[in-house]
Design a protein around this ligand. Structure first.
Ligand code: GLC
Length: 555
């Protein structure tokens, strides 16, 4: 790579606007709420915010169903509030990434309304319609049921990869692409740093539209094999890059699950379509497929290690990755990876450190820095997330009992991460003065930002110091620019080495409840950072306590 990209050392914090901070006490977070917390984010060490969709939307999928690409949802504020957020963030050297959702719109977008009202009009071909008395094929949408929805009173069906209120745009139509690229440039002109690009590998569909082998009790076949990572997608992605992103030098992070290791070079790096993309292999290690939560898979820390390292090594020759352990679609990492130890601050810190010191741009999801945990719900009515409702039904259809189905959904529900941010132990966690749109987690009186603020041993203060060590500590160059290689380790320990020239930083993370003994890879190494107590390293062996992180460098 000729020049190192400017964004590689950024620390990104993901905000789910509905649940971050409510400034006007309507129970829904908003832009002014985000602006009011910029000092908190600055102190955490954040340099960039990824703000999930803030555009007008019926909120069937909490904003991933956009009804107007060039405005702000009234519940989140106004365009002035957005501009103020950008300006105040800039004063603190914090950049803004917006969420770009261009595989689909809302069915309430004027283009779609126009398409239904005027079947012969220009916007009809902005979407994918087929004629027939039956659904045109047997593909299952990501959120359940057929990908086809009948237009009421007609023999016409429209296509949706996700929910039925999220019709897919027809990327085959050059006018659609022109409209979208123009809109992207319009936002970049407002001074944002770039985009997280939603579900972007869905834009090309298998044009045969042929039925596939059914794979579920509903008789349907998952659509992802026919609408994700399809041949020909690269032509659209290259055009998006050249027409919209490249002229601005903006940073782009693609959500592109299922990209094969061989294709990483096409996606990222100097000639890639995007700056980075999210690899989900480690995040989805507990399920057989992202859309089938009932197909649970047993896993070990060794498997987690293997998936993380395989991803890191596949990315390294091409560019930088986008490292994360949580986001708005995943359960809390504490509950998922730590199980019974989810409340043990030692375990939570080591899990965080393991992700913080990987090679790549760092993403932290709101509340991760407090060690938030999943919210165990007792009835399906308590869920808002449309995929949770679908997965509950599918689990029942596949033969699970209602109790089992609820348990499966609790483990994976996207609502786990969407609960309002607990700022204080006051009523409604200081998030709002009125009842929030989604219930707070049970833990908010204990797990909240204020209670962790002054406790030097809190998870929050751990994140602050670990981020600062990564960004500004004596090994910052190694941690940001250095290469990564796995180190051999015992069963519950993830270990890797970061190296930059002759500097080497050996990193061990004990993600188990037992002591571990790891061979030192060189004689002359010293401990430079650790959690818990000062570790012993003697006679060529490092003794790691349960849930301990230790970093050693060449002396
Ligand atoms: C992405 C988003 C998710 C959304 C889906 C449809 O996967 O992260 O929240 O539901 O796309 O837009």
């Amino acid at each position: 790579m000729s020049e190192l990209p400017w964004w590689r050392g950024e620390v990104v914090y993901q905000i789910y606007p509905k649940s971050f901070c409510d400034s006007n006490d309507d129970g829904i977070g908003d832009l002014r709420g985000i602006t009011s917390k910029l000092d908190y984010l600055k102190r955490l060490g954040v340099t960039m915010l990824w703000v999930c969709p803030i555009y007008p939307s019926p909120m069937a999928d909490n904003g991933y169903d956009i009804a107007d690409y060039r405005a702000i949802a009234p519940e989140f504020g106004t365009m002035e509030d957005f501009e103020q957020l950008v300006a105040e963030a800039r004063q603190r050297d914090i950049k803004i990434l917006l969420d770009l959702v261009i595989n689909h719109t809302s069915d309430e977008h004027p283009w779609f309304k126009g398409a239904l009202a005027h079947p012969d009009g220009p916007s009809h071909d902005y979407y994918i319609f087929k004629q027939g008395t039956e659904p045109p094929n047997n593909w299952r949408s990501v959120f359940g049921g057929s990908v086809w929805e009948r237009v009421a009173g007609t023999d016409e069906w429209y296509f949706h990869s996700f929910g039925k209120k999220q019709p897919d745009l027809n990327w085959e139509n050059p006018q659609v692409r022109r409209e979208l690229f123009d809109m992207v440039r319009w936002w970049l002109d407002k001074g944002i740093a770039g985009f997280r690009v939603d579900a972007i590998n869905f834009i090309k569909k298998d044009q045969s539209w042929a039925d596939r082998e059914p794979d579920g009790a509903d008789g349907l076949a998952k659509c992802t094999k026919a609408v994700r990572n399809q041949p020909g997608m690269g032509t659209f992605l290259a055009e998006l890059k050249h027409e919209a992103f490249e002229p601005y030098g903006c940073v782009t992070v693609a959500e592109a699950a299922g990209v094969s290791y061989d294709a990483f070079g096409e996606f990222i790096g100097e000639d890639g379509y995007f700056s980075m993309f999210f690899d989900f292999r480690h995040a989805d290690l507990d399920i057989a497929s992202g859309n089938e939560w009932f197909h649970r898979v047993p896993w070990t820390i060794g498997d987690l290690n293997e998936r993380l390292m395989a991803g890191q090594l596949a990315i390294q020759p091409h560019g930088w990755g986008a490292n994360f352990i949580e986001n708005h679609d995943q359960p809390r990492a504490t509950t998922k990876y730590l199980g019974e130890a989810q409340h043990d601050p030692r375990a939570v810190k080591t899990l965080g450190a393991m992700s913080l010191f990987l090679r790549g741009m760092l993403f932290i999801y709101q509340g991760q820095e407090l060690g938030m945990v999943n919210f165990e719900r007792t009835s399906i009515d308590q869920f808002d997330d449309l995929s949770s409702l679908d997965q509950y039904q599918r689990s029942l259809d596949e033969g699970y009992s209602p109790e089992e189905a609820l348990h499966l959904v609790n483990l994976r529900s996207r609502d786990n991460a969407r609960t309002p941010f607990p700022w204080t132990s006051e009523r409604y966690g200081g998030f709002s003065k009125v009842e929030p749109w989604l219930a707070m987690t049970q833990e908010w009186p204990v797990i909240n930002a204020r209670s962790q603020e002054d406790d030097p041993k809190s998870v929050l203060n751990f994140y602050r110091s670990a981020i600062s060590f990564r960004k500004e500590g004596p090994y910052a160059r190694c941690l940001v620019d250095g290469d990564i290689a796995p180190l051999r380790s015992t069963a519950d320990v993830i270990a890797y080495v970061r190296s930059c020239g002759d500097d080497k930083l050996y990193c061990w993370f004990n993600l188990g409840p037992e002591d571990a003994y790891e061979p030192l890879p060189e004689e002359d190494v010293k401990t430079v950072w650790f959690t818990d107590e000062q570790p012993d390293a003697s006679d060529g062996v490092l003794h790691l306590r349960p849930w301990q992180t230790v970093l050693m460098a060449r002396s």
